[in-house]
Ligand binder design. Sequence first.
Ligand code: AHG
Ligand code: MN
Ligand code: MN
Length: 342
Amino acid sequence: MKSLKTLGQFIIEKQADFPYAKGELSRLLRDIGIAAKIVNREINKAGLIDDILGRTGDTNVFGESQKKLDVYADEQFIAALKSGGECCFVASEEQEEGIELVDSGISKNAKYIVCIDPLDGSSNIEVNVSVGTIFSIYRRKSAVGEQLTQEDVLQCGLDQVAAGYIIYGSSTMLVYTTGKGVNGFTLDPSIGEFCLSHPNMKIPETGQIYSINEGNYLKFPQGIKNYIKYCQEVDPESKRPYTSRYIGSMVADIHRNLLLGGVFIYPQTALQPNGKLRLMYECNPLAFIIEQAGGKASTGTERILEIIPEELHQRVPAIIGNTEMVDKVLEFIANSKTISYV
Ligand code: AHG
Ligand code: MN
Ligand code: MN
């Protein structure tokens, strides 16, 4: 029988890659893994619990209606980060202001900043479609004991020390990187452990899947419209027409493309000049993972990981996938003389 390696064992083994590591990042990843299991438990039985499905009646920072599970997941991850003691600041999609944890005793020497989308794709919850959690981890730049600054909180994606996602799908997986490749773990519910199932993940070099919300077609920039038409053309040599797949949970679309090859696009539109997706806890972590797996992530004009953030909830256009397909989209953008939307 194949021996199982749990996430906990793997994290400890990998600590040796960082000779001066004191185990703090390992503990932080472990804390996130524990919260993920609690959230997974609730998501799995959501249909059974009176009242957990559905809206809270409140809206989040973006004026988007909050689902009860959005709030539940947010509370669970923040509680795990608070009690774990390794996180000094957490920025969440569900909280307008970031939360400083340094005053809470146990976290007073904490060195890490976490940006998190606690529940990604939450509009899919009610219809039993995959949702996820996305997280990004930075090391504070200021010394422990000093006041946290803007430079600590608004770091560029290249400074991420780790990033990952959990997909609550037909099985639940945790995928993460610390900048030395990407590894995926599947939750074995019988033992309650994430077990290494996808070591050293690499995105295929070619792909035939494009993921974009085509309902917004009329509002897309001309280059994106042209690319969509290119995907739909018949050309056996390049295996076109490509397949269109769009789940509406970014985590699930990116996860599928990571395994099969493909490109995920959420462009700017006439109505949303910076697109919809958030830099700090959606695009940066997924860009880091996809780059680590051999792919590419761009806004259409610049590498996502090189953006210097100006605010916590900043939005950016996103084109993320295997390098060949992303480059093709960029070629269409560059060749369209105008970014006009009609
Ligand atoms: P969230 O549920 O965290 O707000 O994220 C939803 C995001 C992303 O996961 C998904 O790809 C996208 O919104 C879907 O947006 P559209 O419905 O506009 O296509
Ligand atoms: Mn999201
Ligand atoms: Mn969310």
